[in-house]
Ligand binder design. Structure first.
Ligand code: DAH
Length: 334
């Protein structure tokens, strides 16, 4: 087959092969085989130098024409394939804006947190401020400053978690109530004092109504002429705000080492009388421990268990329901 025939055959066959390339990669392969550096065309071009001038001119012209013709067909095919590839990529990326969205699960505060916030809000509305203190406490603030005697059963290791920390044994403990903040706050601030102290407390207790960690809110009001009537009015107001405007309360005499006189507040809820909190007039002994003048100042204090309030409010009879991680339980109290 002479050279001219080879070129004519290529001119006849190549367009079909180019049209058959369905990807850019296939097209580039066809391009290399037809007009690339190792193609028969390139081979012929390299042989031109050794040919007589007449033949060189004739064959050179044919080669140039063929390469120009095929290059143009290849470029058109390349344009088309590139456009198709782009369209396919866009189609694959497309967002269907008509699909329904994925709705995220909405979270809420835990019931304990909700009740704590609510109690704090009731007192903040009366002008109280919020204070918080350490969960690891010294036995001084947890007991001694609160006039709790060395022999008091609450100090026993059977009731209190002591931490192996510091130089003196049984000096550092997990606070058993929020009351230590009474002493800490009064030490650091001049009167008058109107505070509430929400926080976590710890006792070696575990049954249907006790968990080893639970929550309390302490209240403390100290000023020049606070009376037991202020205590009763304030706590009755709190109970009405928390359990409803018609809720009855009664104050039953009780004993706490850090208040004198002391009382328990009971409220009528869910068809019976329930103990809600402990309270009393701040014992002058506590004032002396923190450097307040018991001749000039009086005050009242109270401590309320948050879990207990949540259980009374929602008629829950096992405290462990509050700590069950099953969302079906907690979701009932949104
Ligand atoms: N700290 C007491 C307790 O945990 C509760 C309490 C009672 C706090 C009387 C007070 C109070 O401030 O005056 O049982």
């Amino acid at each position: 087959m002479d050279d001219v025939t080879r070129l004519e055959r290529l001119r006849a066959e190549a367009p079909e092969r180019i049209a058959a390339a369905s990807t850019i990669e296939e097209l580039e392969a066809v391009e290399a085989e037809t007009i690339g550096r190792r193609s028969p065309v390139a081979e012929l071009r390299r042989s031109l130098g050794g040919r007589p001038p007449e033949e060189r001119r004739e064959l050179g012209r044919r080669l140039n024409d063929l390469v120009a013709e095929l290059s143009e067909i290849i470029e058109r095919r390349r344009d088309l394939l590139e456009r198709r590839a782009l369209e396919a990529a866009l189609a694959a990326d497309a967002v269907d804006v008509t699909l329904p969205g994925r709705i995220p699960r909405r979270g809420t505060s835990h019931l304990i947190q909700q009740v704590m916030d609510e109690v704090v809000d009731i007192f903040v509305a009366l002008g109280y401020t919020v204070a918080t203190g350490p969960e690891a406490e010294t036995e001084f603030y947890n007991f001694t400053a609160l006039n709790i005697p060395e022999t008091h059963p609450a100090r026993l290791t059977s009731d209190t978690f002591y931490l192996d920390y510091g130089d003196v044994p049984e000096e550092i403990l997990l606070r058993t109530h929020t009351s230590p903040m009474q002493a800490r706050y009064m030490e650091a601030h001049a009167p008058p004092v109107y505070i509430v102290v929400p926080g976590r407390v710890f006792r070696r207790d575990s049954d249907a109504t006790h968990t080893p960690a639970f929550h309390q809110i302490e209240g403390l009001a100290v000023d020049e002429d606070i009376t037991f009537a202020d205590l009763k009015g304030t706590l009755a107001h709190f109970v009405r705000e928390f359990l409803g405007p018609d809720t009855e309360t009664k104050f039953i005499p009780h004993y706490f080492p850090f208040t004198e006189p002391s009382a328990e507040v009971h409220a009528y809820a869910n068809g019976r009388w329930l103990e809600l909190l402990g309270c009393g007039m701040v014992d002058p002994e506590v004032f002396r421990h923190v450097g307040y003048d018991p001749q000039r100042l009086t005050g009242f204090a109270f401590g309320v268990g948050i879990e207990r309030l949540a259980m009374v409010r929602h008629g829950i009879d096992d405290i462990r329901a509050l700590y069950d991680p099953d969302l079906r339980i907690l979701e009932q109290y949104r």
